[in-house]
Design a protein. Structure first.
Length: 202
């Protein structure tokens, strides 16, 4: 794969489309094990991201991701905004010197993004957070020749598997054992992000 500036903008567009379309669904997931705002938070954030990207011109993929990061950090309240913001900031920093974003530079950048989410949120795998989608996706990029259909399957399966987990970080952790049996909202929005990436690299 190679990710161009146009691909990156398209990636954000497709993500925004899915988040707007599934805003109620994300909010419904957050209603069960949170405070019912994940759809609202993400929809506002990605709407602002698209406003920003539409109004600017870019020289590098890294610069696009930097604007995504800054927008998400400043426009999205709650836990998810700063965490997604950190992830995109790490992607941007890691890809700063890449003229061409190929599979190995992107895999490395994803690794740094995951580390950024872990540092910021102090969670790790298996705690029923967005990391439970980001980590399997990152592992897949590190170990494979990435194929769009496999990427989609991995992200989807990972999201669905958060159902079985008990939340031990974030608001969902207040629900203790009652958090089991429900998909984590941030994992669902992360699925939209990575299935959009799969569409772009197809
Ligand atoms: P809030 O919980 O502040 O209302 P959101 O509803 O927008 O924020 O986002 C909730 C999502 O954020 C969760 O579903 C989970 O995926 C993610 N999340 C929460 N806390 C953490 C954390 N410490 N590390 C990683 N992800 C987290
Ligand atoms: Mg919430
Ligand atoms: Mg909230």
């Amino acid at each position: 794969m190679e990710l161009t500036i146009e691909d990156t903008i398209k990636w954000m567009q497709l993500t925004n489309d899915k988040i707007q379309k599934n805003k109620e669904h994300l909010t419904a997931l957050d209603q069960v094990i949170g405070d019912s705002d994940h759809g609202i938070n993400m929809a506002r954030g990605f709407q602002e991201v698209m406003k920003k990207l539409d109004a600017a011109t870019y020289e590098t993929v890294s610069d696009v991701m930097k604007d995504v990061a800054m927008t998400l950090m400043s426009k999205v309240g709650g836990a998810a905004g700063p965490l997604y913001g950190t992830a995109f900031l790490k992607l941007s920093m890691s890809l700063k010197d890449s003229q061409k974003v190929d599979e190995s530079s992107f895999a490395k950048a994803l690794e740094e993004a995951v580390q950024g989410i872990i540092m910021r949120g102090k969670a790790n795998a298996g705690e029923k957070t967005m990391l439970d989608v980001w980590i399997p996706v990152q592992d897949y990029f590190s170990a494979n020749n990435v194929k769009a259909d496999e990427l989609e399957t991995i992200a989807k399966t990972a999201m669905e598997q958060t159902k079985e987990l008990k939340a031990t970080k974030g608001r969902a952790s207040y629900f203790k054992d009652k958090s089991i049996g429900h998909i984590d909202p941030g994992s669902a929005s992360s699925y939209y992000l990575f299935t959009s990436l799969a569409e772009v690299i197809e």
